[in-house]
Design a protein around this ligand. Structure first.
Ligand code: FPP
Ligand code: MG
Ligand code: MG
Length: 377
């Protein structure tokens, strides 16, 4: 503990863990097929923000239950670090699965985090990265994490298959946690991601050429945003608390924290698409309108200017639509209203932590809320 009056960055307590995270993820993704091995590990080479695993690790520490045995007292045969239960002797599979099955699990020396919670952190990053591989195909993105996107580098087919492979390996790792509640939570996330993406294909609840802004417009957007972005964060925070053997109240608090932070996080993402250059973002900027997507800044502008209805209806596809929409949003207070809403959710996230005992990890969770609203990337 630091001497009183000296503040340390609460996120430093998990920074050490993150070094193990990428290494372990790369092991989980090993394939004897050299090309698959390469494509599957492609996005792990670049510096992602690791927001989701960081939240899982912080929540794991913050909900640390003194009655749960520490890793040291877990028998060596614990299902996470023991050899794979799946047979690797299937002749039909050839050598393809070998590297994964040989993977030794690397543990850091942080006794406050259970091995299962560390694995959960890796699983959340795997699911997230799989969704990015698929998302970049759907969005025809050319950059991601400041590098060429996987779809551009290897083609759509390999990018989609690599995403599926990540989900497959995430599923095996999940099964090995031997916790049906956690398995159910993270499997639901995969379905939610697809549901959110489907809602986004439609943009609004009304499928017509000249939709009107109604109260449902924002509700639909927030539901889509929950499914697409907040579901993974909220359910993985919940799963971290479940693995800590937390009381139902603490499990619910972890979920509420993740849900509100996840919504704040995506609202800020939607702002950045309007306000930050592609260079700084490391991925295309202004991409949402080009993709026909109406996000929060535009929806708030639409509330004040009905002209946007026709543009939303035709997904900004006519010449000059994107520029016109940008102009209307810039003249409105759509960005400010979105920022205020993000701030509201971030505060709700912090409020959700009230029954979690004070700790450095809890300070880290609070700090994540501040970072989420202030970020430029
Ligand atoms: C990024 O959004 C994408 C997501 C948060 C989820 C995408 C989900 C799918 C493609 C569903 C299928 C995938 C799986 C793994 C089940 P964005 O395009 O708004 O953000 P960006 O600017 O980062 O591309
Ligand atoms: Mg995208
Ligand atoms: Mg997308």
């Amino acid at each position: 503990k630091p001497p009183p009056g000296i503040s340390v960055d609460p996120l430093r307590i998990v920074a050490h863990e993150l070094k193990f995270l990428t290494k372990n993820i790369r092991k989980l993704l090993g394939s004897g097929h050299p090309m698959l091995d390469k494509v599957a590990k492609y996005y792990t080479r670049c510096a992602g923000k690791h927001v989701r695993p960081m939240l899982v690790l912080l929540m794991s520490r913050a909900t640390r239950n003194p009655h749960t045995p520490t890793p040291a007292s877990i028998p060596v045969s614990d299902p996470i670090s023991s050899p794979m239960v799946l047979s690797d002797n299937n002749p039909d599979m050839g050598p393809l699965t070998a590297p994964f099955l040989d993977a030794q699990y690397e543990l850091s020396d942080d006794m406050e985090i259970l091995p299962a919670q560390r694995r959960l952190a890796e699983i959340t990053e795997l699911i997230h990265t799989a969704s990015l591989l698929h998302d970049d195909v759907i969005d025809s993105a050319i950059t991601r994490r400041s590098t060429t996107s996987a779809n551009l580098q290897f083609g759509n087919k390999m990018a989609v298959l690599a995403g599926d492979f990540l989900l497959g390996r995430a599923s095996v790792a999940l099964a090995r946690l031997r916790n049906p509640e956690v398995t159910e939570l993270l499997s639901t996330v995969v379905a939610n991601l697809v549901e959110g993406e489907f809602m986004q294909l439609k943009n609004t609840a009304q499928d017509e050429p000249n939709p009107m802004f109604t109260e449902d417009t924002i509700t639909y957007y927030l539901q889509k945003t929950y499914l697409k972005s907040a579901s993974l964060i909220s359910k993985s925070c919940r799963a971290a608390a479940v693995l800590s053997n937390s009381t139902p109240e603490i499990v619910d608090a972890a979920y509420a924290y993740g849900r509100n932070l996840g919504l704040a996080f995506q609202l800020v993402d939607d702002i950045l698409d309007y306000t930050i250059s592609a260079d700084e973002l490391g991925k295309p900027a202004g991409a949402d309108l080009e993709l026909g997507l109406a996000t929060a800044p535009l929806l708030f502008a639409w509330k004040q200017n009905a002209e946007l209805g026709a543009l939303v209806g035709r997904k900004f596809c006519q010449e000059g639509d994107v520029e016109r929409a940008q102009e209307i949003v810039a003249r409105s207070d759509g960005v400010e209203q979105t920022r205020a809403l993000a701030q509201e959710y971030a505060e709700k996230a912090i409020g959700a932590l009230r029954d979690i005992p004070e700790s450095e990890a809890k300070d880290g969770l609070i700090k994540m809320c501040e970072k989420a609203t202030k970020r430029r990337k």
